[in-house]
Ligand binder design. Structure first.
Ligand code: PLP
Length: 358
């Protein structure tokens, strides 16, 4: 039998989450962000399920190429834009919009002599200090872009939030204020909101929202899971128990013996480990769904295996299904135990895991 570890992608959940986002931001078009292989769910699979989106956002031109090869004809936006001259020709050939965030990209565009106009999104830095032109330079850069004969004059003005998941922080209103001040009087649609912007900041919905995590049912909001926010998990990572045994009081479990049984107990060994993308940093006590009961992990996660507590699960036996996260166990609970974000867990499923679509 092949290894039982598999990731089931729930395409109905992807569609449900897109609907939820549309309900939250009814006046906005939706750019479905599918970078990092659709947040680890599989780029083409996700894009096919989300054909109802108005555009797709990718981080790499190779991803745009894959989407076109899969027959998707929606608008595609390259979120970090071109970084070498050849990219311009490829953007044009694939009909991909380019985010322009740096003066070096203005040079690339100025040197371009192509025939058809390129669609551009002008990215402004309003306080995140990652990508984007200084907000004060918006007018000047906008004018330079509009003066280029190979750039489509309908330029979308965009920025990105650093702290939109903190619903009571003044940081997001401040970014919005800077964006509005910098773009006052400039022609063009606006795009500001990532998932947390959609959920928490209606004044930032504007023409285009750019959700990623929320589409996959992932929460970026501290202390809240995807289901808490009305989202459905788009992935269930599951396996089976391949061994069940009794251990004595004082027995240490796994590498380093970090879990020691206080009394005789039953444990199970599940066929999943960090070689599958289960986080090694999740210590003893991380929730695990075995059969239909949430129990806890025991000891260190190893490459292929992890131990779980079967006390109170007398029915559990070799072959019993185990869910690491997904339907029945919010990925945020595992992420919290591992000191990370659900996004990182979703992106970290490794290639040996079998993907199934339902
Ligand atoms: C990743 C990304 C998003 C989506 O962010 P989520 O938190 O996953 O919704 C939106 N916009 C840009 C520019 C991004 O890089």
């Amino acid at each position: 039998m092949s290894r039982a570890t598999s990731a089931t992608v729930h395409t109905d959940a992807l569609r449900h989450n897109l609907q939820q986002i549309r309900r939250q931001a009814p006046g906005s078009r939706v750019m479905a962000v599918v970078k990092a292989d659709g947040y680890g769910h599989g780029l083409e699979r996700v894009a096919r399920a989300l054909q109802g989106a108005d555009a797709f956002g990718v981080a790499a031109l190779a991803d745009a190429e894959r989407l076109r090869a899969a027959g998707l004809s929606q608008r595609i936006v390259l979120l970090s834009g071109p970084d070498e001259p050849d990219d311009i020709g490829l953007l044009r050939r694939l009909q991909v919009d380019a985010v322009i965030h740096h003066p070096s990209q203005l040079e690339l565009l100025a040197a371009d002599s192509g025939q058809s106009p390129l669609r551009v999104w002008l990215k402004l830095d309003t306080g995140m200090h990652r990508l984007g032109f200084a907000a004060e330079d918006a007018g000047e850069v906008h004018a330079r872009l509009r003066a280029l004969p190979t750039v489509d004059p309908d330029i979308v003005l965009m920025s990105h939030f650093a702290r939109s998941d903190e619903f009571d922080s003044p940081a997001t209103p401040e970014q919005i204020r800077r964006f509005d001040a910098a773009t006052a009087g400039l022609a063009g649609e606006h795009s500001l909101s990532n998932s947390a912007g959609v959920l928490g900041w209606p004044q930032a919905h504007r023409h285009w929202v750019r959700p990623g995590g929320a589409l996959y049912g992932l929460s970026a909001v501290e202390g809240r899971s995807g289901p808490d926010l009305g989202l459905e998990p788009a992935m269930t990572l599951s396996t089976r128990l391949i061994s069940v045994k009794r251990i004595e009081a004082g027995a240490a479990v796994g590498y380093g013996g970090t879990f020691v049984a206080e009394r005789p107990m039953r444990i199970g060994i599940a066929a999943i480990g960090y070689g599958d993308g289960y986080p090694r940093h999740a210590g003893s006590g991380t929730p695990v769904l075995v059969g239909d009961v949430i129990t806890r992990s025991l000891g260190r996660v190893s490459m292929d295996l992890m131990a779980v507590d079967l006390d109170g699960l007398p029915e559990a036996d070799v072959g019993t299904p185990v869910i690491a996260w997904g339907r029945g166990l919010a990925v945020e609970r595992v992420a919290e135990a591992a000191g990370t974000l659900s996004y990182e867990l979703a992106c970290g499923i490794t290639r040996r895991v079998r993907f199934i679509e339902d």
